[in-house]
Write a protein that binds this ligand. Structure first.
Ligand SMILES: O=C(O)CCC(=O)C(=O)O
Length: 281
């Protein structure tokens, strides 16, 4: 069974080419060990718990949860508005170095959200990630869409140890190759490995790979922060215009890039139309 390559943060730079190749044509995922320290993980975890307790009634169906057990699986969206620690998470230097090499150095962030599985949480159906997540509607995608270049990079920050018992993500190595929606549960069950790891680790993977959260059969929570990175030309999944003005005001150049703040398109390019648009403001 394929095990994922695991790197210490300090080793990432020296292995960037190898990691990009692994993501594009190899197993499709790597693990960065201990990318975040205990205090950072604890702060993020406390905030996710607080927001998912308060917002329990707003829990949304997400990718295959069983409606009867929905309250055991909680999503907290738009984490940039939930605490400064998530600004740090979005910009983790080794993850952003990988994203730049994989997606192009003007990559942006599509979403930053948490997935909390409470004890009894049902897990998800196998899926692939935005912008491929509705690839079962094949006719809505460009002809000959394929895996030769990436339009997604996912980083899952483990806020708990991920174990087989508590629902560590199931992941099918090499499944990005023939880019398609995972409609074959038997093949998934046969080929999936579990992305186990310690709190503070980050699993970095190509979102074209088949994967899903698994049932939490333990008696504790299992929380991951899911950061989605996209090339500059793919629209984000979450609407960053609702990000708090204070967060924007203190944003580093990298955070501004992630939020697409200085990205110039779309823009009015015809001079006359630009004058008219100005007049309308
Ligand atoms: O939480 C997990 O283990 C995976 C979550 C995921 O793949 C998703 O929500 O898209």
């Amino acid at each position: 069974m394929t095990d994922l390559a695991r790197y210490r943060p300090d080793d990432i730079d020296a292995h960037l080419d190898e990691i990009v190749e692994t993501l594009l044509t190899g197993a499709g995922a790597i693990v960065i060990r201990q990318a975040f320290d205990e205090a950072t993980v604890a702060r993020a975890r406390e905030l996710v718990l607080r927001h998912s307790d308060r917002e329990a009634e707003k829990v949304t169906h997400f990718q295959g949860a069983n409606p009867d057990r929905l309250d055991r699986q909680r999503r907290v969206w738009n984490l940039l508005n939930k605490g400064e620690v998530f600004e740090t998470m979005a910009q983790q230097p080794q993850v952003t170095a990988i994203a730049a090499a994989f997606l192009g150095d003007e990559f942006q962030m599509g979403s930053i959200a948490a997935n909390r599985l409470l004890p009894g949480g049902p897990g998800q159906e196998p899926h692939i990630d935005y912008p491929y997540w509705d690839l079962y509607e094949r006719s809505s995608f460009p002809t000959n869409i394929n895996s030769s270049f990436p339009m997604n990079l996912q980083a899952t920050v483990l806020l708990d140890d991920f174990t087989e018992a508590n629902g560590a993500t199931a992941f099918v190595p090499y499944s990005q190759g023939d880019l398609r929606y995972p409609d074959d549960q038997a093949a998934f069950d046969r080929d999936a490995i579990r992305t186990t790891g310690k709190a503070g680790d980050v699993v970095v993977f190509n979102g074209m790979c088949w994967h899903c959260a698994m049932p939490n059969e333990s008696d504790g929570d299992r929380i991951g922060v899911l950061v989605e990175y996209l090339p500059k030309f793919v629209r984000p999944l979450e609407d960053h215009s609702v990000v708090d003005p204070d967060v924007v005001a203190r944003a580093t150049p990298m955070l501004r890039q992630l939020l697409g703040i200085d990205y110039p398109y779309p823009q009015v390019l015809d001079e006359a139309d630009a004058v008219n648009a100005e007049g309308r403001r």
